[in-house]
Design a protein around this ligand. Structure first.
Ligand SMILES: NC(=O)c1ccc[n+]([C@@H]2O[C@H](COP(=O)([O-])OP(=O)(O)OC[C@H]3O[C@@H](n4cnc5c(N)ncnc54)[C@H](OP(=O)(O)O)[C@@H]3O)[C@@H](O)[C@H]2O)c1
Length: 328
């Protein structure tokens, strides 16, 4: 197998314009099929992105033609569809967040282990240029010992009947499950695991079922402090990491086809770090395809997706009880 044959499951613009594009531009990946619940939508989607086949369910996929599925589905569908795919012997990538509950994430990991297939979570900001460079600079000691960090990932999302708004936070809706997990995954990649969380989850602007505003106060296992803000009320895209000898600053750490922005401040000097633009979904699919071809776990494996969801679960508990909560 020189290339992994992928089926994209879901027919949103994001699935077809971004994930399918990542697969077709990946050097070791090919787009074999599209899956939609509706046959006409499946056929149209396959034609639109050049996939030779289409199916109407995971169960209908021809295993002789497809090696792996990329699940681009509402959050409440991640666990059942991932488990169904694993049980058919298909390698699985599930979009972030892994699943709305820790128990569902654990069930996905068990199903993939039982079936002997790869399970990955599409934490695509692993390949975001500001995050990659910030990680390298911290590892090189460019800012000394990390003391604290602040990260925001938000956009304005007026009510419109989407599942992200109509599902409660516990069911997978809202900004904490949406952009919040990108921020949690990115900041834990840079600062290590989170030990404790205090949180506010509130409706500040829009009256849909999910809370539209999430603010988390973190204590990392290292002792560093941090904050995460994820809102559906305004556009936010900032990162600041303070060390004992310097500071990293970004005013664009997340994006899709982008270079972003990163500055290194030491004393009175501030240096702009040169970054190359990346379509993050291309290195993502190349890494995941390589993991399948070589039979090794990907960096964005199920354990990493679960780690982000343990922080989310602790944040929900903290917000509901008003108490600082240990990350289990
Ligand atoms: N990493 C990133 O950069 C990024 C960006 C955007 C979204 N995402 C993630 O991708 C996932 C999907 O988001 P999206 O924006 O593509 O969502 P969406 O626009 O709601 O699309 C969901 C797709 O799922 C299919 N589907 C299957 N079962 C469904 C059900 N019970 N209800 C509704 N749709 C169902 C639908 O296709 P058919 O009707 O044709 O079956 C639909 O096209 C989410 O987990 C989200 O967090 C990630």
């Amino acid at each position: 197998m020189a290339s992994v044959r992928w089926a994209v499951v879901g027919t949103s613009a994001f699935a077809l314009d971004w994930i399918a594009r990542g697969i077709t531009t990946g050097s070791n990946a090919m787009l074999a099929a599209v899956v939609s619940r509706d046959p006409a939508r499946a056929a149209a989607a396959a034609a639109r992105c050049g996939a030779p086949r289409w199916y109407t369910s995971i169960e209908a996929i021809d295993r002789a033609e497809v090696d792996a599925v990329f699940l681009v589905l509402p959050n409440h569908q991640h666990a059942p569809q991932a488990i169904a795919a694993a049980q058919r012997g298909l390698h699985v990538v599930v979009e972030k967040p892994m699943a709305p509950s820790v128990a569902a994430c654990e069930a996905m990991i068990a199903a993939a282990a039982d079936a002997g297939v790869m399970l990955a979570v599409a934490h695509c900001m692993e390949w975001a240029p500001p995050i990659v460079r910030a990680g390298a600079l911290i590892a090189d000691g460019a800012i000394g010992e990390v003391l604290n960090a602040r990260i925001t990932a938000s956009f304005d999302y007026p009510p419109g009947g989407a599942w992200r708004q109509d599902d409660t936070t516990e069911a997978g809706g809202g900004p904490l499950m949406d952009m919040g997990v990108h921020a949690i995954d990115a900041i834990t990649r840079l600062l290590g695991p989170v030990a404790q969380v205090t949180a506010l989850l509130e409706r500040r602007r829009y009256a849909y079922a999910a809370e539209d505003s999430a603010t988390l106060l973190l204590r990392f296992a290292s002792g560093a402090h941090g904050t995460v803000m994820a809102n559906f009320t305004c556009l936010q895209n900032e990162l600041e990491i303070q060390g004992t000898t310097g500071r990293l600053l970004s005013r664009a750490w997340w994006g899709r086809d982008f270079a972003g922005d990163l500055r290194l401040q030491r004393g009175a000097t501030e240096e702009a770090i040169a970054l190359e633009p990346v379509l993050v979904y291309t290195p993502q699919i190349e890494h995941l395809s390589d993991a399948i071809l070589r039979g090794v776990p990907p960096v964005t494996n199920g354990g990493r997706g679960l780690a982000a969801m343990r922080v989310v679960a602790a944040a929900i508990h903290a917000a509901r009880t008003g108490r600082t909560t240990d990350v289990a």
